[in-house]
Design a protein around this ligand. Structure first.
Ligand code: SAM
Length: 281
């Protein structure tokens, strides 16, 4: 077996040629061809227990995760990549490759099993751009996943990391920051991928703040946040009134939460949105 890392540009090229593969757009395939970035991403992902990867591709990141983690579970949707992965990762005996759509897998069951066996469970992935947000929300809903380290398009990373009053600040930012401390680790230029996308990417890391938030609270809080941001130009009072279908209640809730009804959701931090939620329950 070659000693070069899979994500070395020449090795990736060889693997693609050897197996007659071409990156499939419909699966969001952009292979990372920058061994320094790939190793750094794995190293910083807190993957020492078990780690879950979504979309191993031809195994560039998987190979590095296998070095730093006790166990890697990788979900890949493209059946043509399975024999390739089994071949190129044949020396990594701590890697489990599953041919499965991550969006329909039983994630909670898998996470419980991994936590029981390896103590901690984290996620590290170069996410397929066409389903970045739904994938992240699936992971958000698993309280036992403490760290999520993912490569996403720069624009998506900016939205998750945005602070109140930033132009990118949205319901997505507030929801993510309710559950996690969100940090941008570093930017990855388009040339670090094969094929190169037109836009830059960024590696962001989510560190869970509190794993005791129930599914019910999560759903209710997210519903409220989405309603508050529904019409971004409207005041918090107007959006809340519409959501509650009750003008008096909206006024009362904002007063008790100490929020000026003339402000917009765009200007409210997560703690302030949380106060509104607490007045409603
Ligand atoms: N990890 C590899 C790398 O960094 O070079 C490949 C990353 S590529 C951006 C995204 C990968 O996700 C592809 O291998 C693609 O086939 C896979 N994928 C796309 N949709 C998926 C899904 N719903 N479930 C599991 N894997 C998926």
């Amino acid at each position: 077996m070659s000693k070069r890392a899979i994500s070395t540009p020449s090795r990736t090229k060889e693997i693609l040629e050897q197996y007659g593969l071409r990156a499939k757009k419909n699966f969001g395939q952009n292979f990372l061809v920058d061994p320094v970035i790939v190793e750094r991403c794995a190293k910083e992902s807190h993957c020492e227990g078990a780690v879950i990867e979504i979309g191993p591709g031809i195994g560039g990141l998987t190979e590095q995760l296998a070095k730093y983690s006790k166990h890697v579970t990788a979900y890949e949707i493209d059946e043509n990549l399975i024999p390739v992965l089994e071949d190129v990762l044949s020396e990594c005996d701590n890697v489990e490759i599953l041919l499965q759509d991550f969006m329909t897998c039983d994630l909670s069951a898998k996470v419980s099993e991994l936590k029981e066996e390896y103590g901690t469970v984290s996620v590290c992935a170069n996410l397929p751009y066409y389903i970045t947000t739904p994938v992240l929300f699936r992971i958000f809903e698993c309280p036992d996943i403490a760290y999520i380290t993912v490569m996403v398009q720069k624009e998506v990373g900016d939205r998750f990391a945005a602070k109140p009053s930033d132009p990118e600040y949205s319901a997505l930012s507030a929801e993510g920051q309710y559950l996690f401390d969100v940090k941008k680790l570093f930017t990855v230029p388009g040339r670090s991928f094969n094929p190169s996308p037109a836009v830059d990417s960024v590696i962001i890391q989510f560190t869970r703040k509190d794993s005791s938030i129930s599914q019910k609270e999560l759903t209710e809080f997210f519903d409220l946040v989405r309603a508050c941001f529904k019409q971004r130009r409207k005041t918090i009072y107007n959006n809340l009134r519409e959501y509650l279908q009750d003008a008096e209640k909206a006024k009362d809730v904002l007063e008790k939460a100490g929020i000026d009804p003339g402000r917009r959701a765009q200007q409210l931090g997560v703690d302030e949105l949380r106060k509104i939620y607490e007045e409603l329950i």
